[in-house]
Design a protein around this ligand. Structure first.
Ligand code: AMP
Ligand code: MN
Ligand code: MN
Ligand code: MN
Length: 284
């Protein structure tokens, strides 16, 4: 194909921490001119059949997707999988394991918020949860906005839900090797999500890219809702340096919270290999 394609290969539905259904996302993607779409719920493939069917109904090409939480060098990193078999049992088992600690973590987050005077956060967050196995920091953020503690979810993350802040509970997710393996053995390609979002030193970032590549990782998100234009350039260079293909995705979660709508990003820079070129036979 071409880099000049309105591909949006990263977004979230109510099956994880988005606010729209897979069907509403497909309709919104089609209305916004997306030509190739993927729903990439966190640690979950429960929305894949609905998303693929809805995409088909809108004449929208579709790739299966998920965004796997891993721990690398003491930080949470996200690895997107694209074009895998959503019915693959090892993938489903790996994701179930990854989701496993979320309930307990949420209880601890709630206790930690209570210690600074914010009560009932677990119950409050639960009201926003669409999938009982997927309670996330985003659901807590929505509750803290509702409770009037902060103006918006960005402020909640800044003040409460990030490393060193009162509601933050460190968590150990999957390993990089496992996540890449689950994606590859189910026929898909692994993509480093929004690399500029991590607080890695240059050495740690180099290690992430090298180890990802040595596990058989295929691509990196270059144009994402989480990057500035300067970061598009930086990660386009990194893609070339490491021999990785490039991906593009809004990371859309909600019409009320996300600054970047589905399909609204600039195209990939022309000198890169788009990850969808490597997935032509996986497009539905
Ligand atoms: P969790 O998987 O429970 O740790 O939650 C991670 C989710 O929180 C991400 O997928 C984002 O949707 C959201 N998130 C993380 N950092 C921020 C931030 N600074 N502002 C808004 N949302 C964020
Ligand atoms: Mn999210
Ligand atoms: Mn992410
Ligand atoms: Mn995401």
């Amino acid at each position: 194909m071409t880099t000049i394609l309105n591909a949006d290969l990263h977004c979230h539905s109510i099956v994880s921490d988005g606010t729209l259904s897979p069907e509403a996302l497909a309709a919104r993607a089609a209305a916004n001119g997306v030509e190739l779409w993927s729903l990439t719920d966190h640690d979950e493939v429960g929305g894949q059949h609905r998303a693929a069917a809805a995409a088909k109904a809108h004449g929208l090409r579709y790739l299966t997707g998920t965004e796997i939480s891993i721990t690398f060098a003491g930080q949470t990193v996200h690895i997107v999988g694209l074009g895998f078999d959503a019915d693959d049992l090892r993938m489903q088992q790996g994701l179930r394991q990854t989701r496993g600690g979320r309930g307990e973590r949420a209880q601890e987050m709630s206790a930690s918020l209570a210690a600074v005077g914010i009560h009932g956060a677990y119950e409050g967050a639960l009201k926003y949860v669409g999938n009982p196995e997927l309670i996330s920091r985003t659901h807590f953020a929505r509750f803290l906005v509702e409770a009037g503690v902060c103006r918006d979810t960005q402020e909640v993350f800044r003040k409460y839900l990030t490393e060193g802040k009162p509601g933050f509970i460190p968590h150990r997710w999957a390993t990089l090797g496992d996540a890449v393996q689950w994606i590859r053995q189910s026929g898909g390609l692994a993509v480093i999500a929004h690399p500029a979002r991590y607080n890695f030193s240059a050495n740690e970032e180099f290690a992430l890219f090298s180890e990802f590549k040595s596990h058989g990782g295929a691509a990196v998100e270059v144009v994402t809702g989480s990057h500035t234009p300067a970061e598009y350039v930086k990660y386009a260079d990194m893609a070339r340096e490491f021999g990785l293909a490039a991906s593009r995705g809004s990371d859309f979660h909600s019409p009320d919270e996300s600054h970047t709508d589905l399909g609204a990003l600039p195209y990939l820079p022309g000198h890169l290999t788009p990850v969808w070129d490597l997935l032509a036979d996986r497009i539905q």
